[in-house]
Write a protein that binds this ligand. Sequence first.
Ligand code: E4P
Length: 227
Amino acid sequence: MKLLIDDARLDEIKKIYEFFPVSGVTTNPTILSKVGGNPFDTLKKIRGFIGEEADLHVQAVNRRAEKIVDEAKHIVEVLGANTYVKIPAVPEGFKAMKILVETSEILITATAIYTPMQAFIAGQCGASYAAPYVNRIDNMGFNGLTVAKEIQQIFSSNRMETEVIAASFKNSQQVLELCKCGISAATIAPEIFFALIKNSAINDAVENFIADFESFAGKDKSMLDFK
Ligand code: E4P
Protein backbone atom coordinates (compact mmCIF):
# COMPACT_ATOMS: atom_id res chain seq x y z
CA MET A 1 0.00 0.00 0.00
CA LYS A 2 1.41 3.36 -1.09
CA LEU A 3 1.32 6.09 1.53
CA LEU A 4 0.63 9.69 0.50
CA ILE A 5 0.35 12.88 2.50
CA ASP A 6 -3.04 14.61 2.47
CA ASP A 7 -1.82 18.17 3.05
CA ALA A 8 -0.42 21.20 1.22
CA ARG A 9 1.69 22.77 3.97
CA LEU A 10 5.26 22.39 2.83
CA ASP A 11 6.74 22.32 6.33
CA GLU A 12 4.38 19.47 7.32
CA ILE A 13 5.11 17.61 4.08
CA LYS A 14 8.86 17.93 4.68
CA LYS A 15 8.47 16.64 8.23
CA ILE A 16 6.65 13.51 7.08
CA TYR A 17 9.06 12.89 4.17
CA GLU A 18 11.95 12.99 6.62
CA PHE A 19 10.66 10.05 8.64
CA PHE A 20 8.26 8.00 6.49
CA PRO A 21 8.31 6.19 3.15
CA VAL A 22 6.05 8.44 1.10
CA SER A 23 4.96 8.17 -2.54
CA GLY A 24 3.46 11.62 -2.99
CA VAL A 25 1.00 14.26 -1.89
CA THR A 26 -2.74 14.73 -2.32
CA THR A 27 -4.56 18.01 -2.02
CA ASN A 28 -8.10 19.25 -2.33
CA PRO A 29 -9.58 22.77 -2.40
CA THR A 30 -10.14 22.74 1.37
CA ILE A 31 -6.54 21.74 1.99
CA LEU A 32 -5.31 24.48 -0.38
CA SER A 33 -7.53 27.04 1.37
CA LYS A 34 -5.50 26.46 4.55
CA VAL A 35 -2.40 27.79 2.77
CA GLY A 36 -4.18 30.47 0.71
CA GLY A 37 -2.68 32.63 -2.05
CA ASN A 38 -2.08 31.43 -5.61
CA PRO A 39 -2.71 27.65 -5.48
CA PHE A 40 -0.04 27.03 -8.12
CA ASP A 41 2.59 28.76 -5.96
CA THR A 42 1.81 26.21 -3.26
CA LEU A 43 1.62 23.27 -5.67
CA LYS A 44 4.82 24.18 -7.53
CA LYS A 45 6.69 24.30 -4.23
CA ILE A 46 5.30 20.86 -3.35
CA ARG A 47 6.24 19.49 -6.79
CA GLY A 48 9.73 21.01 -6.44
CA PHE A 49 10.20 19.29 -3.09
CA ILE A 50 8.74 15.85 -3.84
CA GLY A 51 10.33 15.68 -7.32
CA GLU A 52 8.99 14.84 -10.77
CA GLU A 53 8.62 11.12 -10.10
CA ALA A 54 6.33 11.42 -7.07
CA ASP A 55 2.55 11.45 -7.33
CA LEU A 56 0.78 14.77 -6.87
CA HIS A 57 -3.04 14.83 -6.83
CA VAL A 58 -4.78 18.13 -7.54
CA GLN A 59 -8.52 18.69 -7.77
CA ALA A 60 -10.38 20.42 -10.58
CA VAL A 61 -13.12 22.68 -9.25
CA ASN A 62 -15.28 23.52 -12.26
CA ARG A 63 -18.82 22.14 -12.36
CA ARG A 64 -19.15 21.56 -16.12
CA ALA A 65 -17.36 18.73 -17.92
CA GLU A 66 -15.82 20.86 -20.68
CA LYS A 67 -14.38 23.26 -18.11
CA ILE A 68 -13.11 20.37 -15.97
CA VAL A 69 -11.31 19.08 -19.07
CA ASP A 70 -9.66 22.48 -19.66
CA GLU A 71 -8.77 22.74 -15.99
CA ALA A 72 -7.27 19.24 -15.97
CA LYS A 73 -5.06 20.05 -18.96
CA HIS A 74 -3.94 23.30 -17.32
CA ILE A 75 -3.11 21.55 -14.03
CA VAL A 76 -0.95 18.94 -15.75
CA GLU A 77 0.69 21.55 -18.02
CA VAL A 78 1.82 23.52 -14.97
CA LEU A 79 2.71 20.64 -12.62
CA GLY A 80 4.02 18.04 -15.05
CA ALA A 81 3.87 14.27 -15.36
CA ASN A 82 2.74 12.15 -12.43
CA THR A 83 0.13 14.75 -11.61
CA TYR A 84 -3.27 13.13 -11.08
CA VAL A 85 -6.27 15.35 -11.63
CA LYS A 86 -8.92 14.73 -9.01
CA ILE A 87 -12.38 14.85 -10.53
CA PRO A 88 -15.56 14.39 -8.47
CA ALA A 89 -17.43 11.17 -9.25
CA VAL A 90 -20.66 12.88 -10.35
CA PRO A 91 -22.25 12.92 -13.83
CA GLU A 92 -20.35 15.99 -15.14
CA GLY A 93 -17.18 14.50 -13.67
CA PHE A 94 -17.76 11.17 -15.44
CA LYS A 95 -18.29 13.04 -18.70
CA ALA A 96 -15.00 14.90 -18.17
CA MET A 97 -13.20 11.63 -17.34
CA LYS A 98 -14.44 10.04 -20.56
CA ILE A 99 -13.32 13.02 -22.67
CA LEU A 100 -9.91 13.12 -20.98
CA VAL A 101 -9.34 9.38 -21.38
CA GLU A 102 -10.32 9.52 -25.05
CA THR A 103 -8.31 12.63 -25.92
CA SER A 104 -5.31 12.77 -23.58
CA GLU A 105 -3.00 10.78 -21.34
CA ILE A 106 -4.01 12.69 -18.24
CA LEU A 107 -4.17 10.58 -15.09
CA ILE A 108 -7.42 10.80 -13.17
CA THR A 109 -8.31 10.26 -9.54
CA ALA A 110 -12.05 10.01 -9.06
CA THR A 111 -12.83 11.80 -5.83
CA ALA A 112 -15.71 12.56 -3.44
CA ILE A 113 -16.56 8.85 -3.40
CA TYR A 114 -19.11 7.78 -0.82
CA THR A 115 -20.56 4.73 -2.59
CA PRO A 116 -19.11 1.71 -4.41
CA MET A 117 -21.22 2.45 -7.50
CA GLN A 118 -19.53 5.85 -7.96
CA ALA A 119 -16.17 4.08 -7.92
CA PHE A 120 -17.31 1.43 -10.39
CA ILE A 121 -18.57 4.02 -12.88
CA ALA A 122 -15.42 6.14 -12.47
CA GLY A 123 -13.35 3.02 -13.12
CA GLN A 124 -15.34 2.28 -16.26
CA CYS A 125 -14.71 5.87 -17.38
CA GLY A 126 -10.97 5.17 -17.11
CA ALA A 127 -9.96 6.71 -13.80
CA SER A 128 -6.62 5.46 -12.48
CA TYR A 129 -7.67 5.82 -8.86
CA ALA A 130 -10.92 6.03 -6.92
CA ALA A 131 -10.83 7.78 -3.55
CA PRO A 132 -13.43 6.65 -1.00
CA TYR A 133 -13.71 8.99 2.01
CA VAL A 134 -13.50 6.50 4.88
CA ASN A 135 -14.16 8.78 7.83
CA ARG A 136 -16.81 10.89 6.13
CA ILE A 137 -18.69 7.70 5.23
CA ASP A 138 -18.48 6.60 8.88
CA ASN A 139 -19.90 9.97 9.91
CA MET A 140 -22.93 9.36 7.67
CA GLY A 141 -23.73 6.20 9.64
CA PHE A 142 -22.19 3.73 7.18
CA ASN A 143 -18.91 1.85 7.33
CA GLY A 144 -16.12 3.57 5.41
CA LEU A 145 -13.74 0.63 5.64
CA THR A 146 -16.38 -1.72 4.26
CA VAL A 147 -17.04 0.66 1.36
CA ALA A 148 -13.30 0.90 0.56
CA LYS A 149 -12.96 -2.90 0.66
CA GLU A 150 -16.05 -3.37 -1.50
CA ILE A 151 -14.62 -1.00 -4.10
CA GLN A 152 -11.37 -2.95 -4.15
CA GLN A 153 -13.40 -6.16 -4.59
CA ILE A 154 -15.45 -4.63 -7.43
CA PHE A 155 -12.29 -3.60 -9.29
CA SER A 156 -10.77 -7.01 -8.86
CA SER A 157 -13.96 -8.99 -9.75
CA ASN A 158 -14.44 -6.91 -12.89
CA ARG A 159 -10.76 -7.09 -13.82
CA MET A 160 -10.51 -3.32 -13.84
CA GLU A 161 -7.18 -1.55 -13.62
CA THR A 162 -8.48 1.24 -11.40
CA GLU A 163 -6.96 1.25 -7.93
CA VAL A 164 -8.23 2.44 -4.58
CA ILE A 165 -6.62 5.43 -2.91
CA ALA A 166 -8.43 5.50 0.41
CA ALA A 167 -8.82 8.96 1.93
CA SER A 168 -10.27 10.77 4.94
CA PHE A 169 -8.88 8.90 7.94
CA LYS A 170 -9.32 9.78 11.56
CA ASN A 171 -7.09 7.14 13.13
CA SER A 172 -4.30 4.67 12.49
CA GLN A 173 -6.55 1.62 12.97
CA GLN A 174 -8.52 2.54 9.84
CA VAL A 175 -5.26 2.68 7.87
CA LEU A 176 -4.10 -0.67 9.27
CA GLU A 177 -7.38 -2.36 8.34
CA LEU A 178 -6.97 -1.33 4.71
CA CYS A 179 -3.28 -2.21 4.73
CA LYS A 180 -4.24 -5.77 5.76
CA CYS A 181 -6.38 -6.24 2.69
CA GLY A 182 -3.86 -4.78 0.28
CA ILE A 183 -5.59 -1.55 -0.71
CA SER A 184 -3.33 0.14 -3.27
CA ALA A 185 -2.87 3.50 -1.59
CA ALA A 186 -3.92 5.59 1.37
CA THR A 187 -3.63 9.34 1.73
CA ILE A 188 -3.15 10.41 5.29
CA ALA A 189 -3.05 13.74 7.15
CA PRO A 190 0.28 14.51 8.89
CA GLU A 191 -1.08 14.01 12.42
CA ILE A 192 -2.33 10.52 11.50
CA PHE A 193 1.11 9.64 10.07
CA PHE A 194 2.69 10.03 13.49
CA ALA A 195 -0.23 8.18 15.09
CA LEU A 196 0.52 5.16 12.85
CA ILE A 197 3.42 4.19 15.08
CA LYS A 198 2.59 6.02 18.31
CA ASN A 199 3.02 3.57 21.16
CA SER A 200 4.79 4.27 24.45
CA ALA A 201 5.77 0.59 24.84
CA ILE A 202 7.87 0.87 21.68
CA ASN A 203 9.62 4.01 22.93
CA ASP A 204 10.22 2.38 26.32
CA ALA A 205 11.78 -0.67 24.67
CA VAL A 206 14.17 1.47 22.62
CA GLU A 207 15.10 3.64 25.63
CA ASN A 208 15.73 0.54 27.76
CA PHE A 209 18.14 -0.85 25.16
CA ILE A 210 20.06 2.44 25.11
CA ALA A 211 20.15 2.59 28.91
CA ASP A 212 21.44 -1.00 29.12
CA PHE A 213 24.19 -0.22 26.60
CA GLU A 214 25.22 2.94 28.46
CA SER A 215 25.23 1.01 31.76
CA PHE A 216 28.39 -0.82 30.71
CA ALA A 217 29.78 1.41 27.92
CA GLY A 218 29.30 4.85 29.47
CA LYS A 219 26.91 7.75 28.90
CA ASP A 220 26.28 8.73 25.25
CA LYS A 221 28.46 5.87 24.01
CA SER A 222 27.43 3.75 21.04
CA MET A 223 28.97 1.07 18.82
CA LEU A 224 30.81 3.93 17.04
CA ASP A 225 33.03 4.28 20.08
CA PHE A 226 34.36 0.72 19.85
CA LYS A 227 36.35 -1.28 17.29
C1 E4P B 1 -9.14 13.02 -0.54
O1 E4P B 1 -9.37 12.85 -1.73
C2 E4P B 1 -9.93 13.95 0.27
O2 E4P B 1 -9.73 15.19 -0.31
C3 E4P B 1 -9.57 14.02 1.72
O3 E4P B 1 -8.85 12.92 2.14
C4 E4P B 1 -10.76 14.29 2.59
O4 E4P B 1 -10.36 14.21 3.91
P1 E4P B 1 -11.24 14.82 5.10
O5 E4P B 1 -12.51 14.05 5.17
O6 E4P B 1 -10.39 14.64 6.31
O7 E4P B 1 -11.47 16.26 4.75
